[in-house]
Design a protein around this ligand. Structure first.
Ligand SMILES: *Cc1c(COP(=O)(O)O)cnc(C)c1O
Length: 383
């Protein structure tokens, strides 16, 4: 008998049984007091997770819908937009801004590099931008960008900072208000441990004001309409009720654990994975300094077709690792450790990786990676 495939991909991530159970209960009507109380509870607790007092709306769409909403509501044809690109999702933000007619200047930092604040400052000095688009955790390259640093710059130079925090919220610290973020977008299916289908958008007073002034056409993704309904804790259209319920339960779990502890766990798992990868003689994509705590990128082992290796590990051991996207396709693999993942899960994934490598004839000593990961985990509590 085969067990279900275990997900070590950066979304969708494993859903805790408590969340799945909550979603399996009979539906509630969305025009009811019960739903209003649910939405109010979600907003109040998402504010804690995102570090904000701002209005938050929840859209029924994947994360990209939240990104599109941010752009559609802020960018009119000809508006100057600076798009900071460090990988696939930064590229997506830039494409969206172009689709909506923005005068988009793209700053490419390279896949595997983080945003260079000095270079951004030079740009902002030279020209006025209405909007700066950035990615917090660039999932495609496993790089973390310095949003706090960017917020200082956009405040100083008077631009709205719009951040894709889809894969970071719930897995790493976000302080939207302290950092000066104007619009923050996240989604249900990453570190928030809920199936795909919800986008969460928080916006500052300055951003809401800019949306009111922006005359760009939009309908389903109109954030002002979503905010208006939210004043009564309702939604303009039928929401994905069961996902709202799931998110409620997931936030119970995250906040009962405590955000600090949740973040510490992610950092610990990242360190364990990184120690294992090094011990196996594989190459990590990103230096410790700006490596993601929620997903780890690894260069393909010499002489091995990495997507074949992933397939073998998935079919033989039921462990699904992620491949590379865009120019990194076939060049890397990624191990996600965001959300409902613990130390034993990670040891299992690393064990399966070792077995796969062994079957493909990679030269290393079986158990070497696991031993180093265990050594890191054994130090737990010393952080
Ligand atoms: C997953 C992800 C998204 C959103 O993707 P969807 O498939 O639309 O949910 C956006 N940005 C980042 C950084 C992501 O990891």
């Amino acid at each position: 008998m085969k067990k279900e495939t275990r997900l070590f991909i950066p979304g969708p991530t494993p859903v805790p049984p408590a969340v799945a159970e909550a979603m399996a209960r009979p539906l509630i009507g969305h025009r009811t007091e019960d739903f209003a109380r649910l939405y109010a509870r979600l907003e109040e607790r998402l504010r804690v997770v995102l570090g904000t007092k701002n209005d938050i709306v929840i859209l029924t769409s994947s994360g990209t819908g939240g990104m599109e909403a941010a752009v559609a509501n802020l960018v009119s044809p000809g508006d100057p937009v600076l798009a900071l690109v460090t990988g696939k999702f930064g590229e997506r933000f830039a494409e969206l801004a172009k689709v909506y007619g923005g005068a988009v200047e793209v700053m490419e930092f390279g896949w595997g590099k983080a945003v260079d604040l000095e270079a951004v400052e030079e740009k902002l000095k030279a020209r006025r931008f209405k909007v700066v688009l950035a990615t917090h955790n660039e999932t495609s390259t496993t790089v973390v960008n310095d949003i706090r640093g960017l917020g200082e710059l956009t405040r100083r130079y008077g631009a709205l900072l719009v951040v894709d925090a889809v894969s970071s919220a719930g897995g790493m610290e976000i302080r939207m208000d302290d950092w000066g973020v104007d619009v923050l977008v996240t989604a249900s299916q990453k570190a928030l441990m809920v199936p795909p289908g919800l986008a969460i958008v928080a916006a500052s007073d300055a951003a809401w004001k800019a949306m009111e002034e922006n005359k760009n056409p939009r309908y389903y993704l109109d954030l002002l309409a979503a905010r208006k309904s939210k004043q009564k804790y309702n939604t303009p259209y039928t929401p994905a009720v069961s996902l709202f319920v799931g998110l409620d339960r997931a936030l119970d779990l995250i906040l009962a654990e405590g955000l600090e502890k949740v973040y510490r766990k992610h950092r610990l798992l990242a360190r364990a994975v990184r120690a294992a990868i090094r011990a196996l003689g594989l190459k990590l994509m990103i230096p410790d300094e700006y490596a993601s705590p929620v997903v780890t990128g690894v260069w393909a082992p010499e002489g091995i077709e990495v997507d074949r290796l992933r397939k073998e590990i998935a079919s033989r051991y039921g462990v699904l690792l992620a491949g590379g996207q865009g120019p990194l396709k076939g060049k890397i693999f990624r191990i996600s450790h965001m959300g409902y993942v613990d130390a034993v899960d990670i040891l299992g994934a690393l064990g399966a990786l070792e077995l796969g490598l062994y079957r493909f004839g990679f030269k290393f000593k079986l158990g070497e990676g696991l031993a180093q990961a265990q050594a890191v985990l054994a130090e737990e509590g010393e952080e």
